[in-house]
Design a protein around this ligand. Structure first.
Ligand code: ADP
Ligand code: MG
Length: 325
């Protein structure tokens, strides 16, 4: 059982940033309005995620660290995934490669409860703990007992930067949530909630006011595909593609079709090794996209790539044309 968990952990938990992604997605699934991410030493010594979501009762808490225990979905729903997590693997996997503690309190509970999973997967607790409604998860000494994994980690600085990138993307996809990113290994970021629809305000917080001032708003619908977000002016470019962000149905993705469509949309504005800055949000019928290729790696497969490409090119082309380009 422990060996199975460790093998599964390799799938879900590649590095500190993947732990952060899984845990913050759980907080979002729990309806959190405020999520605080705290790290030390690039997440290798400590990752703490604290949320004000609906929390877990005693039974849910015990189940949460069991492999393939998910409260979110039945197997026939795999085509139509609304919550972010759906495999029930993350906490069990993390518990097999780190010291994990899960503390949680529901709205009607008298106090919180904390459950600790030590490295060999053994549990202790749950025991009562004073806390507000919500969940606090601490992951300490990630991969300390798994040298083969630890060996593949980069410097604390690089791992910390990867965490920043993950939290950025989650914040961009969830403008209604207040995000705080802090720790002994970083300067703090604080992005208060800007409300459901206020995408531009969130992009201003995360990508900088500069981008918002030098970008056009995307808002088109074509063949049932909605393209929203903001696209930088052709005069506002970067030397690399790190400032291109893509979201499909609320999840950050890396996808060749979308990258290619953006390149094509700007093709008329002759870049010499320059990259436009974009934050592109696609909403598409979930049955048109297969997200199960590898959920942890953010890869997708679209049924109709041509329609998607056309929608993106049209959205950017129209918005730039309206701005006089
Ligand atoms: P999954 O998200 O795929 O269900 P996880 O291993 O990530 O699997 O989480 C297991 C379960 O633990 C979830 O289904 C949920 O019931 C519970 N859980 C985890 N994190 C939280 C949280 N922050 N708030 C409330 N419940 C949580
Ligand atoms: Mg999950």
């Amino acid at each position: 059982e422990d060996l199975i968990n460790r093998i599964a952990a390799g799938e879900v938990v590649e590095r500190p940033a993947s732990v952060v992604k899984e845990l913050v997605e759980n907080s979002i699934d729990a309806g959190a309005r405020r999520i605080v991410v705290t790290t030390a030493n690039g997440g290798m010594d400590l990752i703490r995620i604290s949320d004000d979501g609906h929390g877990m009762d005693r039974q849910d808490l015990l189940l949460s660290v069991e492999r393939h225990a998910t409260s979110k979905l039945s197997m026939d729903d795999l085509d139509d995934i609304r919550t972010l997590g759906f495999r029930g693997e993350a906490l069990a996997s993390i518990g097999s490669v780190a010291r994990l503690s899960v503390a949680s309190r529901t709205a009607d509970a008298e106090s919180g409860l904390v459950l600790v999973v030590v490295d060999n997967g053994r549990r202790s607790g749950p025991i009562p703990q004073a806390m507000n409604r919500g969940t606090v998860i601490e992951v300490r000494d990630l991969f300390a007992q798994v040298p083969a994994r630890r060996k593949f980690l980069k410097s604390a600085r690089a791992e910390g930067a990867a965490i920043t990138d993950v939290v950025k993307r989650l914040a961009m996809a969830n403008p209604q949530v207040h995000f705080v990113l802090e720790g002994t290994d970083r300067t703090a970021s604080n992005w208060p909630s800007v409300g459901e629809g206020a995408l531009q305000a969130r992009l201003g917080q995360v990508m900088g006011a500069d981008f918002v001032e030098n970008a056009v708003v995307l808002a088109t619908q074509r063949h049932g595909i909605v393209v929203a977000g903001m696209a930088g002016l052709p005069t506002y470019t970067r030397a690399n593609s790190l400032s291109q962000f893509y979201f499909v149905n609320g999840r950050s993705v890396r996808d060749k079709v979308l990258v290619g469509a953006v390149r094509a949309a700007y093709a008329d504005y002759t870049f010499r090794d320059r990259f436009p800055v974009v934050s592109l949000y696609v909403a598409i019928d979930p049955t048109e996209v297969d997200v199960n290729v590898h959920p942890a790696k953010a890869e997708l497969r679209f049924r109709d790539q041509g329609a998607l490409r056309g929608a993106v090119i049209t959205a950017i082309g129209q918005a730039l044309a309206a701005a006089g380009f």
